[in-house]
Design a protein. Structure first.
Ligand code: 5GP
Length: 177
């Protein structure tokens, strides 16, 4: 399988640092930020992003949700979103300043469902940080608040947390296959 590098580790580091600074400056001082990692794809992005959010009390949380089902080799978007795991009790969502950290916003169904979940459970504010955005694939009204890189069209992306059938997550660059 051939792959083409889209972003190097150096480019990713610099964009993620900038995003972290923007998030820190848009967040209220003294107010804890509940940073919610959408596993597994966002894990590396999350780890780098939260370390860059200086001077804020950042709390960790993890959720697993997916709107995807397998269709042969490639993953395609399914219609429904399953919340498979949520590390935080609902009582801790009430009044929280939530930052959802996602690998890719494609149709937007996953992040729209997660946003609803946190809003319905009383979060004061819900923002979305996405490593990658594929706006041409959108099937919802979702616009992420922070995007590291915008991807044109609908190429399949791997690396820096993103997989193809669970492979390639540990690549330190972002590639198109
Ligand atoms: P959405 O609900 O926005 O359609 O789906 C977003 C999810 O689809 C992402 O979190 C990711 O898991 C998966 N996804 C969408 N496009 C790609 C892609 O190009 N590469 C990989 N590895 N996953 C993708």
């Amino acid at each position: 399988m051939s792959r083409r590098k889209l972003y190097s580790r150096r480019e990713i580091t610099s964009r993620v640092r900038q995003l972290a600074k923007d998030i820190a400056s848009d967040s209220e001082k003294g107010e804890p930020l509940l940073a919610v990692c959408v596993i597994k794809g966002a894990v590396l992005f999350y780890a780098d992003l939260v370390r860059g959010i200086k001077g804020r009390d950042v709390r960790f949380a993890f959720v697993s949700a997916s709107s995807y089902k397998t269709d042969g080799e490639r993953m395609v978007s399914g219609g429904t979103v399953d919340m498979k795991y949520c590390s935080i009790p609902v009582e801790e969502i009430k009044g929280a300043d939530v930052l959802l950290v996602e690998d890719i916003v494609d149709t937007g169904r996953t992040i729209a469902a997660l946003k609803n979940y946190f809003r319905e459970n009383g979060a004061k504010r819900v923002r979305v940080a996405a490593l990658l955005d594929k706006p041409e694939c959108r099937k919802t009204e979702i616009v992420p608040d922070y995007v590291a890189f915008t991807i044109e069209g609908n190429p399949y992306i791997i690396g820096y947390g993103l997989d193809n059938a669970q492979q390639f997550r540990n690549l330190d660059g972002i590639f198109e296959i």
